[in-house]
Design a protein around this ligand. Structure first.
Ligand SMILES: Cc1ncc(COP(=O)(O)O)c(C=O)c1O
Length: 399
């Protein structure tokens, strides 16, 4: 007897094109329309009452734009499918997603653990703003799950991590992180997977509770929209969505359309960016003008073991320290022709920045040194241009 056929599992890049799209659209359109509306109508009071009682046949029918919108809902279905989540909620920015999710999970008297290399605005939110509402926190060193275990308290309700991180691309063993936090009890894990994307990493499969993205970066992919999204179990997303309806950081329908359109090419873009960034990292390692290169898939990277075990690609960001200090690094940036100076990453254009002149401009040399930011550090976020052109630009600028 022939062996039963295994169901075919579609590749993630195919899922990025199709997952979460409805079987049929109005007017038999292939592409989604944009429901650019602030509010939704009811035929008569009986229709309204049916909706309010939750008896409407259309489960995705909406009432008012702050509570939901079909174009935003389609994006949420698509991201949930890509992350292997039950549900997702989209926001006006990555920070709206992070802050609304954190606020949905903690209250005064609770404790939060976060890694020292989390995105600096996330750290600022926890340290400055959650603290104002009586939420305590502990910072733990990058990727250090032993320090995490020691930091957990009976009152810990949230553990915030990021992988790979900015700008040194440290990676955390998410399986270990989930195991440590679950063994402890009631805390939820929230992982910012912006740098990884669902093409390179699926945190929920490793036991994490919630995954968040700045969709401004790879998910939308064209440097033309701000957006954020969080995905996870339905009962958690439901809490987050309810708070979003109060705080109001909803994603505009047109922005949701742009992110959904960007998602269709996520697989091809990230594959290309993985390839180009790895090629740049390899070319720079051992280059006489370079002191050190950081890329998670290089053997010299401190997170190489975790990265090569868990990441399907190293992502599109390479960081490196130029020999000769701050001025030499600035000369390199100024000599780039293809790479443009701008914050952000994950879009189709290659961007370059010197963190000491951008995110950390206000810090003195001593303060930079205290937080481990070298003044000659460069962060290159590759786009989807030909790898040979990106490489040529970098190598020529180094000359
Ligand atoms: C890792 C990470 N998380 C969150 C954010 C915040 O996202 P947004 O700028 O969309 O608010 C950023 C922005 O740079 C980021 O790099």
């Amino acid at each position: 007897m022939a062996a039963p056929r295994q169901p075919h599992r579609r590749a993630d890049s195919t899922a990025a094109v199709h997952a979460g799209a409805p079987a049929e659209r109005p007017h038999h359109a292939l592409a989604p329309g944009v429901a650019q509306t602030a509010t939704f109508t009811f035929r008569d009071t009986a229709d309204l009452e049916r909706y309010m009682r939750g008896e409407d046949a259309d489960a995705d029918r909406e009432e008012y734009g702050r509570y939901g919108n079909p174009t935003v809902r389609e994006l949420e279905h698509r991201v949930a499918a890509l992350e292997g989540a039950e549900d997702a909620a989209a926001f006006a920015s990555g920070m709206a997603a992070v802050t609304t999710t954190a606020l949905a999970l903690v209250k005064a008297g609770d404790h939060v653990v976060l890694f020292e290399d989390c995105y600096r605005r996330t750290r600022q939110f926890v340290r400055q703003h959650l603290a104002r509402f009586g939420v305590e926190h502990t910072l733990v060193p990058p990727g250090d799950t032993t320090a995490l275990a020691a930091a957990l308290r009976p009152s810990t309700r949230l553990v915030l991590a990021e992988t790979p991180t900015n700008p040194y691309l440290y990676c955390t063993d998410l399986e270990e992180l989930s195991r440590v936090v679950r063994a402890h009890g009631r805390a939820r894990t929230l992982v910012d997977s912006t740098f990884a994307t669902p093409i390179n990493l699926r945190p929920l499969e490793l036991g994490v509770d919630l995954v968040v993205h700045s969709a401004t970066k790879y998910l939308s992919g064209h440097n033309d929209v701000l957006a954020g999204v969080v995905a996870g179990a339905q009962h958690l997303i439901s809490l987050v969505r309810d708070l979003r309806g109060v705080l109001g950081g909803v994603l505009d329908p047109h922005a949701a359309f742009l992110v959904s359109r960007g998602l269709k090419t996520l697989g091809v873009r990230v594959a290309r960016q993985n390839e180009a960034a790895l090629a740049v990292a390899r070319a720079l390692e051992g280059h006489p003008a370079i002191e050190r290169v950081f890329y998670p898939l290089l053997e010299s990277h401190p997170s190489h073991a975790v990265a090569s075990r868990t990441l399907r690609g190293g992502g599109g960001v390479v960081s490196f320290i130029v020999r000769g200090g701050r001025a030499a690094a600035s000369r390199f940036v100024d000599a780039c022709r293809l790479a443009t100076i701008a914050p952000s990453l994950g879009g189709v254009e290659t961007l370059v920045e010197q963190p000491s002149l951008m995110s950390f401009f206000e810090l003195s040399e001593e303060e930079l040194s205290a937080i481990g930011i070298d003044p000659a550090l460069i962060r290159l976020a590759v786009g989807v241009e030909e790898t040979s052109d990106i490489l040529a630009d970098v190598l020529r600028a180094l000359e």
